[in-house]
Design a protein around this ligand. Structure first.
Ligand code: ADP
Ligand code: MG
Length: 688
């Protein structure tokens, strides 16, 4: 008799090799097998009659064999024609088979088969069905319950994992499984034991459609529990942070008022609200960890500048980290425009600086002369000694890993206040689950006077039209981005192809100044070109996606994106956000290579329909799942045991409720629940 703590190696037929493979997906003991939940089910509980069968679905049928045929098309095939008593027919098609198998299939015999029903030239077909020859006395395929299908890992087969999980389920029946959740959910949901049992062995009278759609109460119970464990682990981190002591900034309006009167525009209501929320954090004794979300162009940067002012007034340095050299330079100039008139000194730290430049900047940082320090990854390198770092700001946070952010935060003597900014909005369901450990401010309006970017999709062979548009835009005194996005993995090939486009545009638009920028250029060259473009000295900037994030040149009003069908929604939206920053009506042309996949059509359509980053983010989540949106951010969200943020978003309200309840529960239960569901050691956002 097994117990749930037994290591998996104690199972019959499970050797060291399989053990290693299962360990790699977090399965060490029988309890882990119990929580290895099916990701779908097969229904072999009844035969389907051919006139009721749906193409695309999986069916089990029992029919008789009419005729066998071996055909030699490009590839040899074995065809087995079946029919029912009403002469409805089904064709079994085998692309791999042996002669023994062929000989077994005999006219007139009864055969059961299971597989996905397809429609071919001559009617219904199943390819490579699972089958049994009933006349030969083989056991029936009919099963009493739905058949769970388990996620696999390379080298482990479905029948094996099924067998091992079943032993765990049998063991469960003889065991008490501590149910941390039950007192919360009692009476309203099945117990953990019932729920697990149902999911591994659904009964025929369980609502099969609900199970197939992961809407059965037993599934909901476990989904809620898993999401709860996930959230609880984040909320615990948040609580721990709120226990820590940081520097209290005494909030002052001196610099803020000065900056406001220099700005030439008023903050939007949403920007002002974010500034207030940040100030409230900075003024408390606990370290701030706040996510500032806002659509492209919503004006996150200026909010960050206001935060720096508070640090300066309290005698602390601020570090502002950007993911690219171009963006760091741009911020450096932008921040200087705001800060210099107030007499505040800045420094710049990037990887491309020569030794002398670097030494000079490091000295400013070290002495404390520089009050706001802007840079790239170079900011957290060893040689950098901050004099008194009190505020860390991360721009475009999805481009950084947790460890990079922490490396910077660790440069402070005391836990610093941290503000992390997104590139585009994050869907609410994802914020609630992946960033539950952060406080959040949302800039949900754009500065006034922006007209939405008109978005057009054009096939690649319509380049002439694009050239006409470019001429028109430049004649009106505006500028153009032409973005080359390529399949090529290497930056060298990418640069090469951008070079070709550059040449093409120069040849076809000789009266305009066309300049190329790509990742292979040295950093000075790049920032020089960006400065010229910014000053209006370049008409058309041909770029690889190096310009993707953050670049701000309001006079650019036309964006052409090549091969747009290859990019994700968030990236396209982010690129498009480079135009529509000034008062001129802007256009984004999405060039594509036909034919488009359905998914690509959907993506380009949503971009044409809306400029609303919040809507686009939701669609992106739906189309690509959470992994892509979270970027280098490591969380357990992308590989949960049963929950799926996109499918199960509707449960998040309940999850929140239970997570808050559990937070009042005893510490040991909380940890046990977390350990049960979060087997991998996944670094959460605030983890220090
Ligand atoms: P993002 O949120 O994408 O980082 P930025 O901070 O780069 O956006 O701001 C985009 C542009 O909008 C900048 O040129 C900035 O000066 C301008 N801007 C920001 N806030 C306002 C405002 N309240 N009114 C007018 N223009 C603003
Ligand atoms: Mg920005």
């Amino acid at each position: 008799m097994h117990s749930l703590d037994d290591p998996i190696i104690s199972l019959n037929g499970l050797g060291p090799k399989a053990q290693e493979k299962l360990n790699s997906i977090g399965i060490y003991n029988l309890e882990h097998l119990l929580f290895h939940l099916p990701n779908r089910y097969q229904n072999k509980t009844h035969f389907t009659s051919l006139d009721q069968a749906q193409v695309g679905g999986e069916i089990l049928v029992e029919l008789s064999i009419d005729r066998i045929e071996e055909v030699a098309t490009r590839q040899r095939q074995l065809l087995c024609y079946l029919s029912d008593e009403n002469n409805r027919t089904l064709l079994l098609r085998f692309f791999h088979f042996n002669q023994y198998q062929k000989q077994q299939l005999i006219r007139g015999e009864l055969i059961q088969c299971f597989g996905e029903l397809k429609i071919g030239r001559d009617g219904l077909e199943i390819h490579h069905p699972e089958y049994r020859l009933i006349s030969k006395g083989q056991p029936t395929l009919i099963e009493k319950t739905l058949s769970p299908i388990y996620p696999l890992t390379a080298g482990i087969h479905q029948p094996q994992i099924k067998k091992w999980v079943n032993i765990a389920v049998e063991t469960l029946q003889q065991t008490d499984l501590f149910d941390y959740f039950e007192n919360l959910a009692k009476n309203s949901m099945p117990t953990l034991k019932q729920a697990l049992y149902t999911l591994h062995h659904p009964k025929i009278d369980d609502n099969i459609d609900q199970i197939a759609n992961f809407r059965h109460i037993s599934q909901q119970r476990l989904i809620i529990e898993e999401l709860c464990a996930q959230q609880l682990s984040l909320l615990k981190l948040k609580n721990e942070r709120k226990q820590k002591i940081s520097n209290i900034f005494k909030i002052s309006q001196k610099f803020s008022n000065q900056l406001s009167s220099n700005l030439g525009f008023d903050l939007t209501t949403a920007q002002q609200r974010s500034v207030n929320e940040i100030n409230a954090d900075l003024g408390s004794s606990h370290p701030m960890l706040r996510l500032l979300q806002g659509d492209v162009g919503s004006g996150k940067t200026i909010v960050a500048v206001f935060a720096c002012l508070q640090a300066v007034e309290n005698g602390f340095q601020s570090a502002v980290m950007a993911p690219t050299e171009i963006l760091a330079h741009q911020h450096f100039h932008g921040f200087n425009d705001y800060l210099q008139p107030l007499g505040i000194r800045t420094a710049l730290l990037t990887g491309s600086q020569n030794a002398a430049e670097r030494q000079a900047q490091l000295a400013l940082v070290d002495s404390g002369e520089a009050q706001v320090i802007i840079g790239t990854h170079a900011l957290f390198q060893k040689a950098v000694n901050f004099n008194k770092l009190g505020l860390v700001i991360i721009d475009e946070q999805h481009k950084f890993g947790v460890h990079q952010r922490l490396s910077l935060a660790q440069k402070a003597h005391n836990t610093p206040h941290q503000l992390v900014m997104t590139a585009t909005p994050i869907p609410r369901s994802l914020t609630m689950s992946a960033y539950a450990d952060l406080d959040s401010s949302i800039i949900d309006e754009l500065p006034p006077g922006r007209s939405p970017v008109q978005t057009i999709a054009l096939a690649n062979n319509k380049k002439d039209k694009v050239l006409d548009k470019i001429k028109q835009v430049c004649a009106e005194g505006n500028q153009v981005y032409w973005v080359c996005t390529l399949i090529e993995e290497s930056e060298v090939l990418r640069a090469e192809s951008a070079t070709n486009t550059h040449q093409y545009l120069q040849e076809n638009l000789p009266e305009l100044s066309v300049v190329l920028i790509h990742g292979k250029m040295n950093k000075e060259e790049k920032s020089d070109i960006m400065a010229q473009f910014s000053d209006g000295k370049i008409h058309i900037l041909v770029a690889t996606t190096v310009i993707e994030v953050g670049v701000n040149v309001p006079n650019a009003s036309l964006m052409v994106i090549e091969n747009s069908e290859r990019l994700g929604l968030a990236q396209l939206h982010q690129l498009r956000g480079r135009v529509g920053r000034g008062f001129d009506a802007s256009i984004c042309i999405l060039m594509y290579q036909p034919p488009l996949s359905n998914n690509a059509i959907e993506r380009l359509d949503i971009l044409r329909q809306t400029n609303d980053g919040f809507k686009i983010a939701n669609k992106d989540l739906e189309l690509r799942g959470p992994g892509e949106i979270l970027g280098t951010q490591q969380t357990g969200i992308a590989d949960m045991k049963i929950a799926n943020i996109v499918r199960d978003g509707y449960l998040l309200k309940q999850v929140n409720y239970y997570a808050e309840q559990l937070l009042q529960n005893n510490e040991k239960n909380q940890q046990a629940l977390i350990n049960r569901w979060i087997t991998h050691d996944k670094t959460q956002y605030a983890n220090t």
